[in-house]
Design a protein around this ligand. Sequence first.
Ligand code: HEC
Length: 494
Amino acid sequence: MKKSWLVATMIFLLIIVMSNCDQTSDPNVDVTETELTETETDDQHNYFPEPDKYPDFGYMISAEDLAKDYPDAEVFKLSQDYPAQKPGDDQIPDFFDIDFTDDAHWREYIDAVRDYCFEGMMAAGFDANKNQERNWYHMPFMHWGPQGTEGFSGLAKEAQISPYQLTPAQKGSHQTYALGYYNEFAGYTLHEMWGDPRNPNPQATSALAGGGGGFPVGTVIFKLLYTDADETEVDYLTNPYTIKGYVTDVWDSDNRVVKNMQLIQMDFMVRDPRADAFGTGWVFGTFCYNGKLNDGKTGVERVKNLVPVGIQYGNDPDVTTNKITAYPPLETWINPELKETKINANADELPPQHLGWGGRLDGPVDLNTASCMSCHATAGFPQSTAALVPKEAFIGDRNAQGSITKLTNVDAPEWKKYYTNIKCGTPYDVDAISCDFSLQVSLALGYYYDWKVNEDGKTYADYQKSGSTPDDDNHPEVAHRGADAHLEAHNLKK
Ligand code: HEC
């Protein structure tokens, strides 16, 4: 088949589909093309869900504009061939030998996790589908709703960055967008959960009776976080690693524009059995980009400018130091009381960090009164039963810039609960099913059932094939189902 024909067909189809992609959350979206799945031809530009495949993204510019303005741009493809077999123990990463609890060795551990995540990824430009060394997968259904993923890089809209959160010069507020990658072990759990697109199984991440056991030992999940802030306000974003995103112009907006997004942070979580001793089972870690260390690096090599911030494998429930670093962070304060967080003390490489409550681990774009583990331990389905951040995180004294300097409600039971240690695969709230510390799992399940209510239980592929609008088929009697009905069907509702 001639390439020019392929391109022409592709562009024609893209025009049709993108009017849909651009409005994923609109229940009145009109889909008239019925043969998308039969006629798709080009792998690289395969936007269209095949039967029983999940959509690659939710928002993208028109095909015309793409061809005209970004002729060399590739389009994001969700890595979703989740493995049906759990990998053997021989595939457990080597760093499972390094003692992360030891002050002399945690740095070796975090560096090794980084290397593991980068292997094959740097050559592939962080395109999971092109990694020749190791399989990585993405969470399905992150395309749905106003925060849904975009089509250049697969980035989901994640969080707002407050003024002064990063540096004293950062007067404006900015946005964070992110993409997560799941290794083969984690991919197996995604298969158990999402393998049947007609009936995802929320129990896959539960370690309680009747559940799938949660993410297996050997699981590594990492996430790259990008911001629309740049070196004009954030000095360490000089010599940036930049990718394109079709993102909202500002946080409180639905209007999408093409922007350059700068890598600012990399997060990971590892299901490491040695963390069981701390009552959690997970090791979290994070890195901050520092372009001042660039030293001539270009292109994808610049991801090596990510500097370890620290790791966290528990919430240190007994440490009640009521201190935080207010915005803007001027130096990285390290709390010597903490036993379950380790922080990089080398100020020559690490830009000043605000960290989280009492100095627990948190990244530059994260809230300074929370912490990685306390927030992630809440992950459940439905998530609505647990706040990602309890209200106490926002009650306290404030500085001239309006940012919190000291919390005042730290004796509240909800606050204490937020900093207890919860075992992997067990729910934070008894009414929810554990998403095993994965907040993308809880979000994606929530999005799925939101979509299901709107689309009357059809899969995306059914919906495209039928050529009908959701309104045509929507039966009023099912309009209020979704998550609840699914829980009932699985006899999970208490
Ligand atoms: C206040 C809540 C909050 C805090 C604090 C937080 N996260 Fe997250 N994290 C989220 C949410 C929500 C998501 C899912 C949305 C997304 O990825 O865009 C997420 C996603 C992730 C993922 C992708 C895997 C998954 O399914 O959850 C990783 C890995 C991760 N975070 C690690 C970290 C690390 C490491 C830290 C600390 C440096 C951290 N997070 C701090 C809320 C939080």
